[in-house]
Design a protein around this ligand. Structure first.
Ligand code: ADP
Length: 434
């Protein structure tokens, strides 16, 4: 069958989220960290290239995305999927802008593509789009915790506005009434939008049924841009159906740890839950060290603590903090410095823990995951069973792991139930020791 779908994801947790939906829909998927540097397994029919481009300026995000596109073109993929966050956030510097629009337009131009869609809808994770407005659970995006995100706050829920502000091309809407009517109505609406000079359409989706109705309408669209949700409706365009063994990983072994740099509300709850259950936890306060302390020095102290606690149960190392604490750190250290320094400390901790025998690792936070995966020298991940919507276990070779590889899960900040940090290890054991 060969490589059918080529995906470009703007961060690492987002990439696994997308890969997870494709695996659940029956595709054999490999996720690569950056451009693939080794041949892909012969039997994979989708590849997700994970970039770390969500929070970089548009010019660089475009450059990286076009390089990924070039590689995908050389593989002759049938369709390209640009994946962004289900909260539609990206680069932000104080003015409302972002890089989703520029990347979309650059990909369209490079592919000679005159129309595409944009929808972050992911109903399994309570992200729905109604009349172009994004809801997180029962709240508009702009009323949700995303208004306080440390790097990419979102203060407007109207995606047509948000995207139009980032694009030269005209942005329109395919609304829920049209989606409900199915493939022909969607195709007619696309023709209508094109005739009005509109070349990107935000698409409403309130349920998985909407996404499954949308899928067939995208069969001939060379470029799709979306969160991970749209992926559930694409594999059947190639006659692919869900298969039990598409999520198989090696048996889990070794010690267990959790690294959390996400400050999102769901992660705050997961950290509080783990601590309340009496789990061994180390809180990293970015203000506890001078700002120029080398990350490796701080990490060495944390790893020392962790190795004394990790023999019998998972250890948690977290910098997770509430919005007020984050603001205080950012005002004293600068937003970018605080973010990058904390990411580097956590990444060094991840590396140290893996060198000391951890081979089941949960990482919380998109940027944090990017830093950890890079520090672990991981370049390819095989996708396994889902723990919670959007979050699968993966297996990855790493030269730092004592057995040559580790199980790792990259949890996007806002995903997962309150007991995620304990549930994850139980789920790994069950899925790899059937
Ligand atoms: P999420 O998936 O929740 O968005 P990310 O890891 O992508 O999480 O982003 C969180 C950002 O906040 C990272 O850059 C991280 O280093 C930074 N950060 C983590 N803890 C703190 C803290 N206590 N103060 C300030 N920034 C922090």
């Amino acid at each position: 069958m060969g490589l059918l779908l080529g995906c470009i994801a703007d961060d690492f947790t987002g990439a696994t989220d997308l890969a997870n939906n494709l695996v659940r829909a029956g595709m054999r998927v490999v996720q690569t960290i950056g451009l693939p540097d080794a041949p892909l397994p012969d039997d994979c029919n989708a590849v997700v290239i994970a970039l770390k481009s969500r929070t970089i300026a548009p010019e660089q995000a475009v450059k990286q995305s076009l390089a990924a596109l070039q590689w995908l073109k050389e593989q002759h993929v049938h369709q390209v999927y640009f994946k962004y966050c289900s909260t539609f956030d990206s680069w932000y510097t104080g003015e409302v802008r972002g890089n989703i629009g520029p990347v979309t337009e650059a990909l369209m131009q490079a592919m000679g593509c005159d129309f595409t869609i944009a929808t972050p809808a992911f109903p399994d994770n309570q992200r729905t789009v109604f009349k172009g407005h994004l809801f997180v659970g029962d709240q508009l995006l702009s009323d949700s915790g995303m208004k306080n995100h440390p790097l990419t706050p979102m203060t407007d829920a109207n995606l047509v506005h948000v995207l139009q502000a980032q694009c030269q091309r005209q942005v329109g809407l395919i609304d829920y009434r049209c989606v409900a009517k199915g493939v022909h109505a969607i195709a007619d609406r696309i023709t209508e939008l094109k005739s009005q000079g509109i070349s990107i359409a935000v698409v409403d989706a309130l349920s998985n049924d909407d996404l499954l109705r949308l899928g067939p309408a995208l069969a001939d669209m060379p470029l799709v841009t979306a969160g991970s949700g749209v992926a559930i409706g694409l594999p059947s365009n190639w006659g692919i159906q869900p298969a039990a063994d598409s999520a198989k990983l090696p048996a889990a072994q070794g010690q267990q740890a959790i690294i959390s740099g996400s400050c999102s509300q769901a992660t705050q709850g997961q950290v509080a839950h783990f601590v309340a259950q009496g789990g061994a936890a180390y809180q990293l306060d970015p203000l506890a060290w001078p700002s120029d302390t080398p990350p490796a020095d701080i990490a060495a102290q944390v790893v020392n603590w962790a190795t004394a606690h990790m023999a019998s149960s998972p250890v948690l190392v977290y910098s997770t903090a509430d919005a007020e604490q984050v603001k205080s750190v950012q005002s004293q250290r600068g937003t970018q410095h605080a973010g990058e320094h904390t990411e580097q400390v956590l990444a060094q901790v991840a590396q140290g823990l893996v060198q000391h025998g951890v081979s089941q690792l949960v990482v919380a936070g998109g940027e944090t995951s990017g830093a950890c995966v890079q520090a672990l020298g991981i370049s390819q991940l095989t996708i396994g069973a889902q723990i919670d919507p959007g979050v699968p276990w993966c297996y990855a070779p790493s030269r730092f792991a004592l057995s040559g590889g580790l199980h790792i899960t990259l949890k996007s900040g806002n995903f997962g139930s309150a007991d995620f940090f304990t549930k994850a290890f139980q789920s790994l054991h069950q899925s790899t020791h059937p």
